[in-house]
Design a protein around this ligand. Structure first.
Ligand SMILES: *Cc1c(COP(=O)(O)O)cnc(C)c1O
Length: 330
């Protein structure tokens, strides 16, 4: 059997162990420390140095704390892109709120601004209440139509929680994904474009917001000499060991993005003359996906095989593929 080819493997740049060693040498083997601060700073500098990044235990935790900070609770509604990974939506359920799923548009496969507006109007007319947040996703690294989404959100005064878990390095209209929302979640899970073995971050617009997120992420302890907690807290901070991996990964992020884009370009060329197979592309020069994963559509009538046939065949050759995400409303 040939060497297995996986969809998206962790790949180390070389400097990671140096930062981990530093953590051991200085006994910062805890969920805070110099690597955490340096990793956060490096992420903020990469995205937009006016923003504040808080390193957390996962991308899911980042989405969850954004909802917590926005005060989303029981009986609130949160609009979410239906075509996404379950982790975009699960945190809505953690807060006992109700997700309202909105369909995608063809250009980007992300939340349709037209349907988004319809959904907001529909919920207001049926419940008398405005949804409390909007979660657009940059799926597979492809930027959502953020300018339109932001405009609609502003019209109804609804905060945006950008799910940029798959889109570190993607750019839309010369602005990096992860910098558009009131909050933006990043993921450094093992399969993402860079990894901390497991981890995530929440990008915040202000220092006060970031401080509040750290408060929630470290058990929400009140400033008192004894242990007092007047709010529910979480244990969601990133460890200084994981952040060491993150620091090393930041040094190779640009290289990894270039590599993912090159893989996408390879498939684009490869499938160019094969009828019935379409490789998902940036819809216009406004978009520059990191192409975290390369996606293809298969038309069984033209190719004579279904996506599942292709998956099983490739699996027999030790090559991993997977179907696109199953939409959440299904
Ligand atoms: C990976 C991912 C998440 C969750 O990130 P974790 O770090 O695995 O918790 C959320 N949303 C999307 C779209 C993802 O791909």
């Amino acid at each position: 059997m040939s060497k297995p080819i996986y969809l998206s493997l962790a790949c180390m740049g070389g400097e990671e162990q140096k930062y981990i060693q530093e953590a051991f040498d200085t006994n910062w083997v805890v969920p805070l420390g110099p690597n955490v601060s340096a990793f956060e700073e490096s992420l903020s500098n990469y995205l937009n140095s006016n923003l504040y990044t808080v390193a957390l235990s996962s991308g899911t935790a980042a989405l969850h704390l954004a909802l917590v900070q926005l005060g989303i609770k029981n009986e609130d509604e949160v609009i979410c892109q239906s075509f996404t990974f379950a982790a975009s939506t699960n945190p809505i359920m953690y807060q006992h709120a109700t997700p309202v799923f909105v369909d995608s548009e063809e250009d980007t496969w992300n939340i349709s601004p037209t349907f988004l507006k319809q959904a907001i109007k529909d919920r207001i007319s049926k419940t008398g209440k405005t949804p409390k947040a909007i979660i657009p996703v940059h799926l597979y690294g492809m930027p959502a139509k953020m300018k339109e989404i932001i405009q609609i959100a502003a019209e109804y005064n609804i905060p945006i929680i950008e799910d940029a878990a798959e889109a570190l390095g993607s750019v839309y209209k010369e602005q990096k994904c992860g910098t558009f929302g009131t909050f933006a979640a990043l993921s450094f899970n093992g399969n993402k474009i860079i990894t901390t073995s497991g981890g995530g971050a929440l990008v915040c617009q202000t220092k006060e917001q970031a401080q509040k997120i750290i408060f929630y992420a470290t058990q929400a302890r009140d400033p008192a000499p004894y242990y007092q907690h007047s709010q529910i807290g979480y244990n969601y901070r990133m460890s200084n060991i994981c952040a060491g991996i993150g620091r090393g990964q930041m040094l190779v992020l640009d290289k990894f993005i270039a590599r993912r884009r090159a893989i996408h370009a390879y498939y684009t060329e490869y499938f160019k003359n094969i009828e019935g197979i379409t490789v998902k592309q940036n819809p216009s020069p406004d978009y520059n996906s990191n192409f975290w994963l390369t996606c293809i559509l298969i038309d069984p009538e033209k190719t004579g095989f279904t996506p599942e046939d292709a998956r099983i065949f490739l699996e027999s050759k030790n090559i991993e593929t997977r179907p696109l995400w199953k939409p959440m409303h299904l």
